[in-house]
Design a protein around this ligand. Structure first.
Ligand code: ADP
Ligand code: ZN
Length: 213
């Protein structure tokens, strides 16, 4: 099962991808996580990506596309994958369509996690993430069992550098300009499913169960 997660930054793509990864045992591939990993390891790619990410802008297509295409060619993607945060532009979507066609494959579901901007702004301000294992929390909606500490691995939770109000506003603007058009792109491919992202995590899980089972 080949799945793409669409939706604004902070819509919960990461949370829902992790759920589907566990349920279907297919890899969750997050380009944002790949870049953050590269930044942490001081790679050349990380240094390049950081300059864009810190401003809430998109990393240029040429730095993203080949990275994802190479990742999808790995053995663990043979049974499917969940792409989270890619594609984010029409050229990226075209490149993905082409790469999958070359492998006689395609997308089964493009899940659009739909949330209004005010909701996103609220949510991102309260988001906390685990630098150890990548788990994601929210001060009010999904608090960790012990304040400030990851339930999964015990590391101290942090706020992502790009989760500050100015950068959030810019990320939303970039989303509307460059990523939102992909909703029509995948509707045309007849794989789009709209999912209301405002109904709470467990309710979204239930909607996903119904859609995909
Ligand atoms: P969110 O969905 O919450 O914005 P991500 O972790 O998906 O966060 O992405 C963080 C940042 O990484 C983006 O703002 C962007 O700068 C960069 N990025 C991630 N994926 C892509 C992509 N497919 N194309 C361009 N830039 C990307
Ligand atoms: Zn953790």
């Amino acid at each position: 099962m080949n799945i793409i997660m669409l939706g604004a930054p902070g819509a919960g793509k990461g949370t829902f991808s992790a759920y589907l990864e566990e349920k279907y045992q297919i890899p969750h591939i997050s380009t944002g996580d790949i870049f953050r990993e590269n930044i942490k390891n001081n790679t050349e790619l990380g240094a390049k990506a950081k300059t864009y990410m810190d401003k809430g802008e998109l990393v240029p297509d040429e730095l993203v596309v080949s990275l994802v295409v190479d990742r999808l060619a790995k053995d663990d993607c043979a049974k499917g994958f969940i792409l989270d945060g890619f594609p984010r532009t029409l050229p990226q979507a075209d490149a993905l369509t082409k790469a999958l066609e070359d492998a006689e494959s395609g997308i089964d579901y493009a899940l659009n996690i739909d949330c209004p901007d005010e909701f996103i702004i609220n949510r991102m301000a309260g988001r906390r993430v685990c630098p150890g294992c990548g788990a994601s929390y929210h001060l009010v909606n999904v608090p960790p069992k012990k304040e400030g500490v990851c339930d999964v691995c015990g590391a101290e939770l942090i706020q992502r550098e790009d989760d500050n109000p100015e950068t959030i506003a810019n990320r939303l603007r970039v989303y509307h300009e460059q990523t939102q058009p992909l909703i029509d792109y995948y509707a045309d491919q007849k794989v789009l499913e709209n999912v209301d992202g405002t109904i709470g995590r467990d309710n979204v899980f239930a909607v996903l169960d119904k859609l995909l089972d």
